[in-house]
Each structure stands twice: as C-alpha cells, then as structure tokens.
Design a protein around this ligand. Structure first.
Ligand code: RIB
Ligand code: CA
Length: 313
C-alpha cells in the first residue's frame, strides 16, 4: 500500500472491537501487521475465535495471536457479557477460517518481533485490558521505545462505566494499565469522555445492514445485544468506544486533545482502576505521559465510520 503506515491491534472482540477492526481494515492509510487477543469482554478463547471469524468474513490474511487469559495479578477476572453477549460477539457465531493460524507464539512475542522488524514505525492500537501489552513491556523493556505511538481506548477523567470510578479496560487489569502508561511510549488515550459520545443507532445499524456487504449485515447482527442493553439505560444507541483510536489514526482533527499526566489507582478498593489525571487541578504531576482525547465531532465521526464500513468489499 502507498504511503500507509503499519498498525497492530490488541483487542477483546467484543462487539465494538468488531466494528473497530472492520473500520481499521477499511482504512486506506493503514496496513494491519497483526491482531492479538486477550481476555476482556469475554474469555480469551472467545476473543480469539471472534477475531478469526472477522478475519474470514473480510478475507484478510493478517495473523491473529492469542494472549493472556487472565489479568497480571491474582485478581478476579471480569467480563462484560451482560453487554456483549455470552460469547462476546452478541452471541453471533462467525464461521471460522479453514486453516489454523500459521504461528501460535504468544501475542507479546509476536508484537515484539513486529516492532523489531518495523524499526519504530509500528502504531499499536489497544481496545481491551492491557495485559498483553504490559506482559510484552516486562519481557522486552526496550519495546516501548520501539513503537511509534500507542493509541489506547481506556480510562475516564470523570465517572466510569464498570464502577462509578473506573472504565472497563482499565478496571479489568489496573496493574497492566499502570505499567503501560508509565512505560514512556508516546500515548494517545481515548477515554470515555470522548468515546461515550459516538454511538450507532438502530437506524445506523439498519443502514449498514442494507449497504450491500456482509460486514454491514454482521455489524447489525452483533450489535443487537448491546443495543438491548443500552435501550434499558435509555441510551440512543451503542457506543463505538473502540473505533475512537482507529479513527484518531486517520482523522485526528475530529478530536479535541490535551497533554496530561495520567496514572491508575491500583491499590484502592472503591477507586480501583480509576485513571487519575491532572487536567482539572492546579496540582500538576511532574510528567505528561498521554495526549488525552476529551471531545469528538460526533456527527462527522459516525459519518466517516459508516463510510468506512460501507467501503468494505
Ligand atoms: O469501556 C469500553 C471498553 O470495554 C471497550 O473496549 C469495550 O469493548 C469493552 O472492552
Ligand atoms: Ca474492547
């Protein structure tokens, strides 16, 4: 591909991860080098199987790797099957590719090998708990400095969606999130402040289902369970959290951002997994470790997200 840049995606597919992966696949400016999977919305096995199902759906050939089945520390595993369905993909079972993955090395080794080959050009998108990335950073201490940028869906400067304080991806493995945020790699953080504002409505889903490709139909189908969940909360649609780091890569101008110091509460009980920033305090941290997306042009975001999905052959 022309002047496209290489990207790796770490996900817990996941209904909104699925939309994000399909949008990434559709982007002209990126070349997917690999996809790694982790326990999160559902189990590691579900994330891996769902991601491979999407790979077959779009006829892609990038490798899919298995990562961590549980958080770094001895914490209780958390899932979000009440939102994403029992299998993590709205209880839609996608046909699997005929052949197994060419390599069964773990996600963290595969990510490191890709970063070495790409000599500082690799962009890493994470739409899941950060267990795989933290494991990679602990095993390969030079890896953070070998990545161009890490674009993270996670955190919240205000209220959470998993507890009153914490967003799911951070809460599911707070120690991993802290390791990644402190590792020194250039980070773009997409917290709930921005990601909760971009939603696909039932009408948007019907529009995608009628656009003439299988991807649109599958998106409508996998989003029915989360749509039911959000309707009970009187939300107008399903939040496209994970598409935010993807669209930031191609269209950063859609986002309002600010540099901030961001840390994770890993000791608290009530506050466990809270991302604490110095954005709204005169007490500043002595570091700025993330560019934080605080707002987004919702209308333009959804317009371009739908255009990307419709463009899939
Ligand atoms: O809080 C939203 C995040 O948690 C998204 O990545 C969603 O897929 C879930 O993993
Ligand atoms: Ca996710």
């Amino acid at each position: 591909m022309g002047d496209s840049f290489p990207v790796w995606m770490d996900c817990d597919t996941g209904t909104d991860d699925a939309v994000a992966l399909l949008a990434l696949h559709a982007l002209e400016c990126t070349e997917i080098i690999g996809i790694s999977t982790v326990s999160g919305n559902s189990t590691l096995d579900d994330s891996f199987r769902n991601t491979r199902g999407l790979k077959r759906l779009i006829g892609a050939d990038y490798p899919v790797y298995r990562g961590a089945a549980k958080p770094l520390m001895m914490r209780e595993k958390v899932h979000a099957t009440e939102v994403h369905g029992k299998n993590g993909l709205g209880d839609v079972e996608l046909e699997q590719p005929e052949s197994p993955e060419a390599s069964d090395i773990p996600a963290w080794d595969a990510l490191y090998e890709a970063a070495v080959k790409l000599e500082g050009n690799l962009r890493l998108i994470t739409t899941a708990p950060l267990t795989n990335i933290a494991t990679a950073f602990m095993k390969y201490p030079k890896l953070p400095s070998m990545l161009h940028t890490i674009l993270i869906m996670g955190g919240a400067t205000q209220e959470g969606n998993c507890t009153p304080c914490a967003e799911f991806n951070i809460y599911a493995d707070p120690e991993a999130a802290q390791i990644v945020l402190k590792a020194g790699a250039p980070i773009v953080l997409c917290p709930l402040d921005a990601t909760e504002k971009v939603m696909l409505t039932a009408e948007d889903m019907d529009e995608l289902a009628a656009c003439g490709n299988e991807a649109g139909r599958v998106i409508r189908d996998v989003l029915q369970k989360p749509l039911e969940f959000h309707k009970k909360l009187h939300d107008p649609g399903v939040q496209m959290h994970d598409s935010c780091p993807v669209l930031y890569l191609a269209y950063p101008e859609l986002f309002d951002t600010e540099e901030a110091g961001v840390v994770v509460e890993t000791k608290g009980g009530i506050t466990l997994g809270k991302t604490v920033t110095d954005l709204y305090s005169d007490k500043q941290f002595d570091f700025k470790n993330a560019l934080v997306c605080l707002d987004v042009d919702e209308k333009e975001f959804i317009k371009r997200l739908k255009e990307l999905i419709k463009s899939i052959k």
